[in-house]
Design a protein. Sequence first.
Length: 308
Amino acid sequence: MRFLKALSCLLGLAGLASAGEGWKLDESCKTDAIGSMVTDAIQSAFNMASDELDAIDKALNNEDLGENGENIRNVLKWMFMKDGEEPNGNRLGLLRTNLRRLLRAREEITDGDPDDQTIVVYCGLDRFEEREDGLWYDKDIDDVLEKDESFGACKGAEPTVAYVLVSPGNTPSQLQLCPWFIEWMQGINIKNVHKVDKKSVFWKILSKGLVKMKAVLTPMDVASLLDKVILHELTHTRNAGESDDVDGPSFKTVKYTWKRCRELAREGPDDVQRESQVNADSIALAGSAIRFIKEGNEVKEDGSIVKR
Ligand SMILES: [Zn+2]
């Protein structure tokens, strides 16, 4: 009996250990079919954030940006600067702080209970239970939610591919990848997408998934879609200072896609709530573009990617 009592105490203590800063894959992502795809994409998203932070640090310190540094510097200007401005602390200082904080959560966590510094990545919706009052219970954060403020977003009319929910209290940032999006990602071969033109089969398949976005997409938007989407969502977490979707939620105005992020930078808002450095897609696209440059491509101002 005493032994059993001691054992339950130990288990109780183990259950109280906090996971802390890092990311955790929910069971719904740990399947043979998608586990490694999602893990690779998360690691790639953090790598992009790291390269972007490095570029910002160097640009702000007037240091050499390395090979093809001019192209990298231009990406920072296209995504964050008003025309004629050089990279400066007013437009990039907050982003630098937020990327630094985000990168402290770069390692995967496998033990402990998620806390407010943990990012939990979900690929399914099975933590939700429908209640009699029509609300939905999320057992992971012990909270009741309206369908539309949670997984309803994955099933709405707009092409939502993923979302982040930051709830009050000691709860993790929940990064939900929409199941339809994961299924769709598995079905397309995104390798070398920047080499295909807009009339190809790929674009036809793409348009089925993101029909409303097709008109405004550039190769930069589509290339490496999953890791870019994850970086976009990571910037919404508590760890990264909860970035915005500027001018959202309406799809007609929200600053998604290279073209619209380019317009937002050019506009050069003085209101910090609308600045490119707090706009999730601007941050994600810059990180993605810098990665493509480091892989030996040239990224152009119109969002096209060409092999050097
Ligand atoms: Zn967003």
